[in-house]
Design a binder for this molecule. Structure first.
Ligand SMILES: C[C@H](O)[C@@H](O)CC(=O)C(=O)O
Length: 303
């Protein structure tokens, strides 16, 4: 959209922004070290590996048990040190007072944001939490469950978020995403996309690199989520270098799945389903057994 490129005349020339993306990529953060339910030794193992791979931004899932959260956040903060960035994600667990209370207890770990602290439908609830957390210097991030630009308009107008998390699939269409990128720019709110599900990283990388080159021209407080599972099923998986999304070079939207993966996962005759259904016949079906998980998970699981 040439009109968008030239509309923001007060920013770096377009070619410079493009060159920066091609050279350094778009900054990412990892959610893959600290899912709820991971034992502490797995959490430590994954954090050490991520630090060795150059990650500097980490998201920890919270909200099930406060003492667990205090212990796990302390573990991660001690491992990554005071300078690296920590974010927390409650996945809608709390009501409004509970979110404020719980985050007051986790503030010592200096998280940049709390993600989905309450129901994603509760726009005024997010606004109340956002206001209550200002003295603690903690922002609110949300958006992964928002389906259209009107919801985002209300979140922005209500000062309900400080980090706007588009989801490339749940937001209906590229055009809907683009309208939200433009609104975020108007409100001065950084876009930090959600990408914690199959294919979401492959999709959203296009949108966030467009955002940088043609809309925001800023990386301040901006980062795109990365999770390192299931990419093996895509023909053009994301390319992460030094904890950054390198711009995709293949034509298209990067979501073409490998034919063998599609074949294996066909229900009920595909190889994966034959295995699962056979296990269901032989014992109480447990969908989260290591052998039934994608290889990247089973190699990590501490059994
Ligand atoms: C796996 C689901 O998409 C969700 O739990 C991921 C999420 O909330 C996130 O990545 O953030």
């Amino acid at each position: 959209m040439p009109w968008v490129r030239h509309a923001a005349w007060d920013r770096k020339p377009w070619a410079l922004l493009e060159e920066q993306m091609l050279t350094h990529g778009y900054p990412a953060y990892t959610t893959s070290c600290a899912w709820l339910g991971y034992p502490d030794d797995l959490l430590k193992q994954l954090c050490v590996a991520a630090l060795q791979d150059g990650w500097t931004r980490f998201k920890v899932k919270v909200g099930a048990d406060l003492q667990d959260d205090v212990r796990r956040c302390r573990l991660v903060r001690d491992m990554i040190g005071p300078e690296k960035t920590l974010m927390l994600d409650a996945n809608q667990r709390w009501d409004v007072p509970e979110a404020v209370e719980w985050m007051s207890r986790l503030a010592e770990f200096k998280p940049l944001w709390i993600e989905e602290p309450t129901s994603p439908d509760d726009i005024l609830g997010h606004a109340a939490i956002s206001k209550a957390l200002v003295p603690l210097g903690i922002g609110v991030a949300t958006g992964e469950q928002c389906h259209n630009r009107v919801i985002f308009k209300q979140l922005l107008q209500a000062n309900a978020l400080q980090f706007l998390q588009i989801d490339s699939c749940r937001l209906g269409s590229v055009n809907e995403n683009l309208s939200v990128l433009l609104m975020a720019k108007k409100f001065g709110i950084p876009v930090c996309p959600h990408a914690g599900g199959v294919g979401l990283c492959e999709l959203v990388q296009h949108l966030i690199i467009f955002d940088y080159i043609s809309v925001s021209a800023s990386l301040r407080n901006r980062m795109c989520e990365y999770v390192d599972h299931l990419h093996e099923h895509f023909k053009y998986p994301v390319h992460i270098k030094q904890a950054s999304y390198m711009p995709p070079k293949d034509a298209g939207y990067s979501t073409e799945m490998r034919e063998d993966s599609v074949e294996k996962h066909n229900y009920p005759d595909g190889e994966v389903w034959k295995k699962l259904l056979a296990a269901q016949e032989n014992e109480a079906f447990s969908p989260m057994t290591a052998s039934s998980l994608p290889t990247t998970f089973s190699s990590w699981l501490v059994l």
